[in-house]
Ligand binder design. Structure first.
Ligand SMILES: Cc1cc2nc3c(=O)[nH]c(=O)nc-3n(C[C@H](O)[C@H](O)[C@H](O)COP(=O)(O)OP(=O)(O)OC[C@H]3O[C@@H](n4cnc5c(N)ncnc54)[C@H](O)[C@@H]3O)c2cc1C
Length: 409
């Protein structure tokens, strides 16, 4: 009987274990190892407890950050063939897709998806070793040997095939502290530098942010290199005491990779994306002239705190401007409010890991080149998806592909 060890019981590990057991049947013994008390801890927190498990555009390589776009396109093609949506359907998960192509369990409950996976783990006879820390991976004869520690006692587990699904460094509160990429490096794989990805962004004057903290506004955020626009995202922008957050801001964080990001980064907020600056200046001037008193200027336009901050930043005094220049300055600021030197927040606030094991190191079935029977999947790899279900598509898809291959070959 072929023995398969799955290291890590997150999204990719669960998919690998179930995929291997489904394909291998009675011919394989699958064991899943995780240091958490139960598998799927991070999954429960995904999508704010709703689990955005996939996206209608998940095959598009342009929605992922990696240093190896060519290799990514090939691996995503392989995942397409694994038919992740069809797999979910066979597992019994009913999904719904929202207007932006994001897939959720029909019940909108991450706990339901995790619960279903754990029922399959049990039904397929997959052995779970939880509360079990993985220390090292080596070889013993022709088999792989994994040193683990459970209840203070060390032990050696051996297997014919090993799938490493140990995540990255994001969200250490869920059991991931960078052990996956470190292990990949120890196995001889080249790794791209790690960075927190899909994080809020630190930027702005602390005194200003203190006043605006907690405020949410719809608009467009542009990442600039000096004055050159690099990427633009629209949606809800959230002000925090450290900087800016919201999905559109987090999305841009993926482009701030150390060494690969812009030399002179800045963010610019457009708080009136539907109007050109001259038309906005005109609107401001006409509006001010028809109001009962100047204090009503921002009412119905923007939150008063935000309006006051823009007014001050445009250099306007207490009274409304008398000529067009003042209104033009205010409109220009509303259309391009700059926040210089944005930096990434830390691992605790990151949804995923940028960098990791280079995709060039992998066979199409996620085997590490030159190491037969040893696979790396999920967030350990140099592939970080955009917000919207791309990371879980990658995690489930790579895990499923590797698990099936491990059981077959
Ligand atoms: C708050 C939050 C919300 C998110 N929401 C979404 C979303 O809605 N949609 C989306 O697509 N993505 C989302 N993501 C990202 C997504 O959850 C991850 O990309 C995905 O879970 C990665 O799966 P993985 O299996 O590669 O790694 P993980 O899920 O991180 O699993 C790795 C596992 O390995 C175990 N492990 C690590 N080291 C050891 C060791 N030494 N010994 C034993 N066990 C070890 C860990 O305990 C962990 O269980 C979210 C992330 C966070 C943090």
């Amino acid at each position: 009987m072929k023995e398969i060890l799955i290291l890590g019981g997150g999204a990719s590990g669960l998919a690998a274990a179930i995929g291997a057991a489904q394909i291998g049947g009675k011919g394989v013994r699958v064991t899943l190892v995780d240091q958490n008390p139960a598998p799927g801890k991070k999954l429960l927190a995904t999508g704010n407890g709703r689990c955005n498990l996939d996206n209608a555009a998940s095959s598009d390589p342009g929605r992922y950050f990696t240093a190896s776009p060519g290799a990514l396109a090939a691996l995503l093609g392989g995942i397409d063939q694994a038919d992740v949506p069809g797999w979910w359907e066979k597992l019994g998960l009913v999904t719904r897709t929202d207007e932006e192509g994001r897939l959720y369990p029909y019940s909108n409950q991450a706990a339901d998806l995790t619960g279903l996976l754990l029922r399959w783990v049990q039904a397929l006879g997959i052995q779970c070793r939880t509360g079990c820390r993985i220390l090292e991976l080596g070889q013993k004869g022709r088999r792989y040997a994994v040193q683990v520690e459970q209840n203070g006692a060390k032990q050696l587990l051996t297997a014919d095939r090993v799938v490493c699904a140990l995540g990255g460094s994001a969200g250490p509160q869920f059991g991931t502290g960078g052990f996956g990429p470190a292990l990949a490096r120890r196995c001889g794989g080249k790794c791209e530098p790690l960075y927190p990805c899909l994080t809020p962004i630190r930027c702005g004057d602390p005194a200003l942010l203190q006043k605006l903290s907690g405020l949410r506004v719809r608009g467009t955020v542009t990442l600039l290199d000096g004055d050159k626009p690099l990427a633009r995202e629209s949606g809800e922008i959230q002000f925090a005491n450290y900087g800016l957050s919201g999905i559109c801001v987090m999305q841009l964080s993926g482009l701030l990779a150390p060494g690969r990001g812009p030399a002179k980064p800045a963010l610019a907020l457009d708080l009136f994306p539907g109007r050109e600056a001259p038309a906005l200046a005109d609107l401001f001037a006409r509006r001010a002239a028809g109001l009962p008193d100047p204090g009503a200027f921002w009412q119905g336009l923007l939150d008063q705190r935000l309006g006051d901050a823009l007014w001050a930043a445009a250099g306007l005094g207490k009274a409304a401007p008398t000529g067009p220049d003042g209104w033009r300055a205010l409109a220009a600021l509303c259309k391009g409010w700059r926040f210089e030197n944005p930096t990434l927040c830390g691992w605790k606030q990151a949804q995923t890991t940028g960098g990791g094991l280079s995709l060039e190191e992998l066979e199409p079935d996620f085997q590490l080149k030159g190491c037969r029977g040893l696979y790396f999947v999920g967030e350990t790899l140099d592939c970080a998806g955009s917000c919207g279900g791309f990371n879980l598509h990658w995690a489930f898809g790579s895990g499923l592909t590797a698990g099936r291959s491990a059981a077959k070959n």
